[in-house]
Design a protein around this ligand. Structure first.
Ligand code: FES
Length: 117
């Protein structure tokens, strides 16, 4: 089994950290943040928020700089695609999923959940 990095359905051992006011991430935009040494990109797609690692699993490309096709982000380096909702790889040349993190909005703030041991 390939490793699983989809934390979006995980309910235990997740810590939500405040990232930014939701007003800073309008519909169609994306936000790049560095959290605990991890590069994360957060998307607002039609009012829904999604967070994945900003590093392509193929060759460490800057995934968040790619174009969105629906819910798929296309890596600008060699064209691998990932579903931003789950981190699942959808298109070669990447074969490993990227981490996907749960996102919620509370009191106008975007919170992203990170797995804890
Ligand atoms: S680094 Fe992303 S497809 Fe190669």
């Amino acid at each position: 089994m390939p490793p699983m990095f989809n934390y979006t359905q995980q309910t235990e051992n997740i810590e939500f950290l405040e990232i930014a006011p939701a007003s800073e991430l309008p519909n169609g935009e994306r936000l790049f943040v560095e959290i605990e040494g991890k590069s994360i990109v957060i998307f607002n797609i039609a009012g829904q928020f999604f967070a994945i690692a900003d590093v392509c699993t193929h060759d460490d490309g800057p995934l968040g700089d790619g174009d969105l096709e629906g819910y798929n982000i296309v890596c600008p380096r060699h064209g691998a695609e990932f579903d931003v909702r789950t981190g699942k790889v959808m298109q070669m040349p990447a074969v490993v999923d990227v981490p996907a993190y749960p996102v919620k909005v509370a009191d106008g703030m975007i919170l992203v959940g990170f797995p804890r041991e």
